[in-house]
Design a protein around this ligand. Structure first.
Ligand code: SF4
Length: 389
């Protein structure tokens, strides 16, 4: 499908956190003084970037910690976005929540302000994991946030979890998974802890202060995740993402409706516009991004300049590489006919040798119309994608 025929996604980066977590490489600051100036600058950015050619069916407020902002401010942001952009009435409007920053009243206000999907960064319910991850919330706070979101009327609820944490066991990970599905969230993201350059955890790893969990244990936890969630009615649609299967209008069970519509835009080459410091946008064959600095972001917009930090044109070769990587990370895989038409190649011939090597090792499966990773292959996504490239 051409980008012009697809609805776009709007991402808003709220760059404030109560405290920095040592594993996180997202841009945010802990000083909240600039919050109100930031919101004003954000609204200016919306006005300056309005594009009548785009129609949006998702709006995602992430960060940072968007839930440091109260319901009234979130309402103002949504309202201003609707004034600047064409956002469809049935759009998915998601707010990321840190359980250490919310109350029942806040959830009620978020709902009133137009948010219809909540994603809670639970990460774990286990005290030692939360402490290790430097989180500001307890397992009890996570339970309370889930209960309050549901009491406030949010039916579309997603939870984020992290595993592969040093000293974590399969038993304790299963405890987290069991607690997570008790509230029947529609969506679960289960991420393996990664050590990103520039973070305190990365530094500790380099200096041998931190010992990561051994790879076989992480692999076992990944397999446990797939098995446990599948047994409990969750369908994997991307390496780390699972949607709950529910009965559709034809009486069939399907998980499609519960996927994160917004995140799927990133994996399917849909257009998206990112606002706020460090946010990235992707339109046609161009990608551009904002500066990762709140002060400069505000100064630029107050001076009538867009706070761009860079842009790149994406060549056909680059698009092909991304299509392989993004296709392989989804359970639907690379759709071979579409790939061949889009890039004017023959996928099966072009990668014949690599495909047979990976098939022989049980890492990929080629069916009539698609190339998908096996669950074991998913663990080696990066190196497999590199082989194709
Ligand atoms: S993980 Fe979330 S709460 Fe922690 S620093 Fe990153 S954005 Fe902030």
């Amino acid at each position: 499908m051409l980008q012009a025929d697809m609805n776009a996604g709007l991402y808003i980066h709220i760059p404030f956190c109560v405290k920095k977590c040592p594993y996180c490489d997202f841009y945010s600051i802990t000083d909240g003084e600039l919050r109100s100036a930031f919101v004003d600058a954000l609204i200016t950015e919306m006005r300056m970037t309005r594009d009548p050619n785009l129609t949006f069916d998702t709006l995602y407020m992430g960060g940072g910690t968007p839930s440091v902002l109260d319901g009234k401010t979130i309402g103002k942001i949504i309202e201003s976005a609707r004034q600047s952009y064409e956002i469809l009435p049935q759009a998915e409007i998601t707010l990321e929540i840190n359980p250490g920053t919310v109350t029942l009243k806040q959830f009620e206000e978020y709902r009133y302000s137009g948010v219809n999907r909540i994603n809670i960064g639970v990460q774990s319910f286990e005290p030692e994991n939360l402490q290790f991850l430097g989180r500001i919330h307890s397992g009890r706070d996570a339970h309370a946030a889930i209960t309050w979101a549901q009491e406030a009327g949010f039916e579309n609820l997603g939870l984020d979890l992290i595993y592969g944490i040093p000293n974590q066991t399969k038993t304790s990970w299963l405890r987290d998974l069991k607690l997570a599905i008790e509230s029947e969230p529609r969506h679960l993201s289960c991420y393996i802890l990664s050590f990103e350059p520039g973070t305190p955890f990365y530094r500790d790893l380099q200096e041998d202060i931190l010992k990561p969990l051994a790879e076989p244990q992480v692999c076992e936890m990944f397999e446990t995740t797939l098995e446990f969630l599948s047994d409990n009615g969750y369908v994997q649609y991307e390496i780390s993402n699972f949607a709950r299967a529910i009965m559709n209008s034809s009486g069939l069970k399907s998980a499609e409706r519960n996927r994160s519509r917004h995140n799927m835009k990133y994996w399917n080459f849909a257009p998206y516009v990112g606002l706020g410091p460090s946010a990235h946008s992707f339109l046609e064959t161009k990608r551009y991004w904002n500066c990762a600095d709140v002060e400069k972001y505000i100064q630029d917009l107050n001076a009538g300049t867009l706070p761009r930090a860079g842009e790149e044109r994406i060549s056909m070769d680059q698009l092909m590489i991304e299509a392989i990587y993004l296709g392989l990370r989804q359970t639907k895989g690379i759709l071979i006919d579409i790939f061949d038409k889009k890039f004017g190649v023959n996928f099966n011939e072009m990668f014949e040798e690599i495909i047979s090597r990976l098939e022989a090792r049980g890492l990929i499966v080629i069916s009539q119309d698609r190339c998908t990773l096996t669950s074991r292959g998913m663990l080696y996504l990066d190196s497999i994608a590199a082989m194709f490239i």
